[in-house]
Write a protein that binds this ligand. Structure first.
Ligand code: SAH
Ligand code: SF4
Ligand code: F3S
Length: 496
């Protein structure tokens, strides 16, 4: 779970759009076109928020609680931007007057955590009846979830989904003007609405959506059902956003999509992801470019070439393997074999020797045996992943894998998982150890929350280093000598 911090004086993105939107007088009819319509509702919300604040005798506070992936984190920044514009003071405490949970449903434990938070917030709402609670994000795209909330969590004030997030200001107004649960869920998105306000978590780095949705339909995965069909943003809009961020002092951007390697294929004027990266690299002020996530089946030689020859594109590639068994990969609908994955990893490592390769792996997919897990372990040993996120398979309603008859019992999956995890930790430790004694550039991200004498920085290859230094260095890129290897991070020292 990732809460939002308020950063005073943080510039909002896209100030120009508001001026261009014109018709902001909330006493007039709302404009039909977007995003002007939403700027109109933001003004209208301001009236509700200030009236309620006056009634309660304090400025209203709001907390956005985020579950799930980078894409949800970026969506939460959009929600925060609108809340802040509407006059709320942002906090990360669920004690806030308005709490919104941005949910994830990729695995069942993500759902269970949301229900747990709802139980907790309900008890707070009983003490403070003026408190308002909203739910949005991937979980809300599942009809069974909506049914459960409607019947068992009747205290929730507002529910919306992933496709109409841009309408948040309008929905907030409806919430204030209604005394019933407001629910608005769309089946899919018909457009991409640009230029709404954003409040970033970090002033010096930012995620940027380059595409939405996913068309891959891996047989275990719910994302295509809750995020809809793949849609790419226009390159001009993306590059314009990166330029605006650079002008505000952002030095690192992360381009976000479920499968960035298929970026641009369906645009009116098609463009490849590698071409987009080439253009993004030209933008002055941006020092580092990251991206998530790459599907192995679509990773082009052109991309490897662009990465290899770039000073700005980070030395990190997250390349989800999911399984090392060709038989299981086929059942997963991943569309590559064990051998193809190994050859790809080899090609990347030989062209970009200092790259860090990380991955995602699922254990316990229907029909998986210990022999299949051994195949996965074989890939882990051969590729030597710098890090790997391992997940126990979670059965997601509506996905093809959920209907497969050969579901693996929990204990068997757990045994495979434990074996794999031990192996993953071993290779990761060995990989990280190779950096010992080197001096590398680190982007200083924050004061270490556990030891305020230390700063926390991130290397280009995504490895974390803690080192003594002053908070004024936050947002700067500094050289750090990597002294002590602690498995997944280093303790270091800034060098002059
Ligand atoms: N688009 C990204 C992944 C998004 S979901 C990609 O294709 O790689 C992040 C990770 O969650 C996936 O890589 C997968 O390892 C894991 N995951 C997805 N569905 C899952 C399920 N039903 N059970 C367990 N893990 C799952
Ligand atoms: Fe899910 Fe596969 Fe799409 Fe990734 S590529 S979001 S795992 S369906
Ligand atoms: Fe979760 Fe939705 Fe991301 S299901 S992983 S928050 S796309």
């Amino acid at each position: 779970m990732d809460n939002f911090k308020r950063r005073d004086g943080l510039p909002m993105e896209f100030d120009g759009a508001e001026a261009a939107a014109g018709a902001l007088n909330p006493d007039r009819e709302p404009p039909q076109e977007e995003p002007a319509r939403q700027y109109y509702f933001i003004e209208k919300c301001r009236q509700h928020v200030s009236e309620e604040g006056r009634r309660l005798g304090h400025p209203l506070t709001a907390a956005v609680i985020t579950f799930g992936c980078q894409m949800n984190a970026r969506d939460s920044e959009k929600l925060s931007g609108i809340l802040e514009r509407a006059g709320y003071v942002l906090t990360d405490s669920e004690e806030a007057d308005f709490v919104i949970y941005n949910t994830c449903t990729v695995r069942d434990n993500a759902n269970q955590r949301v229900y747990g938070r709802l139980g907790f917030v309900n008890s707070m709402k009983k003490k403070n009846p003026h408190k308002r609670v909203a739910l949005c994000g991937c979980m809300m795209q599942e009809p069974s979830v909506i049914e459960r909330i409607r019947t068992s969590y009747r205290f929730v004030d507002l529910i919306f989904g992933t496709h109409n997030l841009f309408k948040f200001a309008e929905l907030l107004c409806t919430m204030y003007e209604s005394d019933r649960m407001v629910i608005d869920i769309w089946r899919d998105a018909d457009r991409i609405v640009e230029e709404l306000p954003v409040t970033r978590k970090y002033p010096f780095k930012s995620g940027i959506n380059i595409m939405f949705g996913c068309d891959n339909f891996c047989s275990y995965c719910i994302v295509p059902y809750v995020r809809g069909r793949e849609r790419s943003r226009r390159p001009g809009d993306i590059l314009g956003e990166i330029r605006a961020l650079a002008a505000q002092g952002v030095v690192e951007v992360m381009l976000l999509g479920q499968n960035v390697n298929s970026y641009g294929k369906n645009l009116e004027h098609p463009i490849s992801f590698a071409q987009l990266l080439r253009e993004a690299e030209q933008i002055d002020g941006i020092e580092r470019i990251r991206f998530m996530t790459s599907h192995p089946k679509d990773l082009s030689d052109e991309l490897i070439e662009v990465m290899g020859s770039s000073d700005k594109i980070c030395r990190h590639l997250h390349l989800p393997l999911q399984s090392g068994s060709t038989r299981i990969l086929q059942a997963m609908n991943r569309r590559y074999t064990k051998e193809q994955y190994l050859a790809l990893a080899e090609k990347i490592r030989s062209r970009i020797p200092d790259i860090s390769l990380t991955t995602d792996i699922i254990v316990g997919f229907p029909g998986e045996t210990m022999a299949d897990v051994e195949e996965t372990i074989d890939v882990v040993r051969r590729v030597k992943f710098d890090n790997a996120f391992t997940f126990l398979y979670s059965r997601r309603t509506g996905t093809p894998a959920a209907a497969m008859e050969n579901q693996v019992p929990r204990e068997a999956a757990q045994a495979g998982f434990d074996r794999l995890l031990a192996c993953v930790q071993e290779t990761a430790r060995e990989q990280v150890a190779r950096l010992s004694g080197q001096t590398r550039a680190a982007l200083v991200e924050e004061v270490n929350p556990h030891d305020p004498s230390l700063l926390t920085g991130r290397l280009s290859n995504n490895i974390i280093v803690h080192f003594p230094g002053a908070a004024s260095l936050i947002g700067r890129i500094v050289p750090v000598e990597l002294l002590e290897n602690h498995g997944f991070y280093f303790i270091g020292r800034m060098t002059p």
